[in-house]
Design a protein around this ligand. Structure first.
Ligand SMILES: NC(=O)c1ccc[n+]([C@@H]2O[C@H](COP(=O)([O-])OP(=O)(O)OC[C@H]3O[C@@H](n4cnc5c(N)ncnc54)[C@H](O)[C@@H]3O)[C@@H](O)[C@H]2O)c1
Length: 433
C-alpha cells in the first residue's frame, strides 16, 4: 500500500521505516531541510538502535523516500499518517497543536481524491473531532476521513515496538473506511495475534494520555515512598522488589531515583491536566499535579544530596555527571532530569563535567556552558562526587577501582539506583542514593 508519513522525528522516521519494512511504499514529509537531507541519504539524525539499518535498507530499495513537498505527498497516496510534534506550550500546561494544525492546513487543500488521515501524534481529547470539522470545511468536495491511531513506542526500542507492538488502537468516526485500511496497513502485525482495539476518536486519544499518566504515576508513587524511606531509614529497593512480585502491581516502572523526563511523559501529563480543566473535569486529574511535583522534587533532592556530599556547598566543587540523556539507549535530552540537575549544580557554583555515550551533541546544544568529557573516566578526573544520572550499561559496568584512581574523593551518588552497591563500597566508595 502507498502511504505518507508527515513529520520525521523520533516517531515519524521510525514509523516510516517500519511501514517500508512491512512492504509498503512510503513517502516521508519533513519540514526541516537538514533532517531531510540526512534521512534521504539513509542516515538517522538521532540515536535509535536498529533504525539506521532499516532506514538505509529501504531508502536503497526505494520503498521509502523523503520529501518536503506537500504537493508530492498529495499526489503520492491516499493514506496520511500525522506524526508531527505536540510539545508543551511555552508558559502553559497545554499542548501546542500548531504543528498538527499546520500539517492539516497544508495537506488538505492539495488533496486530489478521497483520503484517510490517521493521527499518530499524542493529542488532547477532542482534537480528532476538531480536525475532522476543519477538514470538512476545507474540502466539502471530497471525503477526507480523520481517525486516530496513537503510538506507544518507547525510544530505545522504537523499531521493535512499532513492528511488534503490545496492542494497536484505532479511534474511528462511524461510517468510514479507516478500520479496513488500518487492518490492511498492519496486516502482518495483526497476523501475529496483536490485539486491535477499535473505538471512537476521543477514547483513542484518551488511551494514549491515560497510559502515559499511569506510567508517570507509578514512577512518582515509588519516588514518594522513597521520600518516606529517607525519613524512616528504610530501603526503597527492597520495598520495590517485594511489592513488585505482586502480579497486580508488577516490578516495571518501580525504580526509585531521579524520576521521569523526556519528550513525552512530562508534557503529556501536563497537557492531560490542562485538557481536563478545560472540560470541567480538573478534579479527576488533580493528583497528576502531585505526580509532577514529586517528580520535580527528585531533581531538587539530587542537587541537595550533591551539595551535602560536597561538604555543604557546591561552590568550587568538581562534580562528574555520568549520563545526560533522559533515559539509556536514547540521545534525547528533552526535559532531561540529568541535564536539569547538572545545570542547577553549575548555577550553585560547581564545576560540572558531563559525559553521555550518545547524547553529547544534543546536550552541548541546549547546555553549552557545561563542561563535557570524551569518556566517563575523563569526566571523573579530580571529581569530588561522581553522579550516575542515566542508567547506561556503560556506567553500570564501570570498574569502581579504576574510577577511584582518578577522582579527588570517592563519593558516588547513584541517581538511578543501578550500581552494585556492595562492589563500590568494597572499593572504598561512599555510596549514596
Ligand atoms: N518520541 C516518542 O517516544 C513518542 C512515542 C509516542 C508518541 N509520541 C508522540 O509523537 C509525536 C511526535 O513526537 P517526536 O518525539 O517524534 O517529535 P519530534 O520533534 O522528534 O518530531 C516531530 C517532527 O515533525 C516535523 N514537523 C513539524 N511540523 C511539520 C509539518 N507541518 N510538516 C512536516 N513535518 C513537520 C519536525 O520538524 C520534527 O522533525 C508527539 O505528539 C509525541 O508526543 C512520541
Amino acid at each position: 500500500m502507498r502511504m505518507v508519513v508527515i513529520g520525521l522525528g523520533y516517531l515519524g522516521a521510525t514509523h516510516a521505516a517500519c511501514m517500508a519494512e512491512l512492504g509498503h511504499d512510503v513517502l516521508g514529509i519533513e519540514i526541516i531541510a537538514e533532517k531531510r537531507e540526512l534521512l534521504a541519504k539513509g542516515e538517522v539524525p538521532f540515536y535509535e538502535p536498529g533504525l539506521p539499518e532499516l532506514l538505509e535498507r529501504h531508502i536503497q530499495t526505494g520503498k521509502l523516500a523523503v520529501s518536503g513537498s506537500y504537493q508530492e505527498a498529495a499526489e503520492f497516496a491516499d493514506v496520511f499518517f500525522i506524526a508531527v510534534g505536540t510539545p508543551q506550550k511555552k508558559g502553559e500546561y497545554s499542548a501546542d497543536l500548531r504543528y498538527v494544525d499546520a500539517a492539516i492546513d497544508e495537506l488538505v487543500p492539495l488533496l486530489k481524491r478521497d483520503a484517510l488521515i490517521l493521527g499518530k501524534s499524542t493529542v488532547p481529547v477532542g482534537t480528532a473531532q476538531r480536525l475532522a470539522e476543519r477538514v470538512a470545511e476545507l474540502r466539502p468536495d471530497i471525503q477526507v476521513e480523520v481517525a486516530w491511531n496513537p503510538e506507544f513506542l518507547r525510544e530505545g526500542f522504537a523499531v521493535k515496538d512499532t513492528l511488534h507492538p503490545d496492542r494497536l488502537v484505532l479511534g474511528v468516526f462511524s461510517g468510514g473506511t479507516a478500520e479496513q485500511v488500518v487492518r490492511d496497513v498492519y496486516e502482518a502485525i495483526l497476523n501475529e495475534g496483536t490485539p486491535l482495539i477499535v473505538t471512537d476518536p476521543p477514547s483513542s486519544e484518551l488511551v494514549k494520555t491515560s497510559a502515559n499518566a499511569f506510567l508517570a504515576t507509578k514512577i512518582s508513587f515509588i519516588n514518594a515512598i522513597a521520600e518516606v524511606c529517607d525519613a524512616a531509614g528504610a530501603d526503597i529497593k527492597a520495598i520495590a522488589d517485594a511489592i513488585g512480585y505482586d502480579a497486580r502491581i508488577g516490578r516495571k516502572f518501580l525504580n526509585a531515583g531521579l524520576g521521569f523526563g523526556g519528550g513525552c511523559l512530562p508534557k503529556d501529563i501536563r497537557a492531560f491536566m490542562a485538557r481536563a480543566g478545560e472540560l470541567g473535569a480538573a478534579e479527576a486529574l488533580s493528583f497528576l499535579r502531585e505526580v509532577d511535583n514529586v517528580n520535580m522534587r527528585r531533581r531538587t533532592r539530587m542537587v541537595e544530596l550533591a551539595r551535602e556530599v560536597c561538604g555543604g556547598s557546591l561552590l568550587g566543587s568538581r562534580v562528574a555527571v555520568l549520563g545526560s540523556a533522559f533515559k539509556p539507549e536514547s540521545d534525547d535530552v528533552r526535559d532531561s532530569p540529568a541535564l536539569n540537575v547538572a545545570g542547577q549544580m553549575q548555577l550553585q557554583g560547581a564545576s560540572v563535567t558531563v559525559y553521555d555515550p550518545k547524547a553529547m551533541e544534543n546536550s552541548r546544544r541546549i547546555f553549552p556552558t557545561l563542561d563535557y568529557a570524551a569518556s566517563a573516566l575523563e569526566a571523573c578526573v579530580d571529581a569530588d562526587a561522581v553522579m550516575i544520572l542515566t542508567e547506561w550499561n556503560e556506567f553500570i559496568s564501570l570498574d569502581p577501582a579504576r574510577v577511584a584512581a582518578v577522582t579527588r574523593k570517592n563519593v558516588v551518588i547513584d541517581g538511578r539506583m543501578c550500581l552494585n552497591q556492595t562492589e563500590w563500597v568494597r572499593h572504598g566508595w561512599v555510596y549514596r542514593v
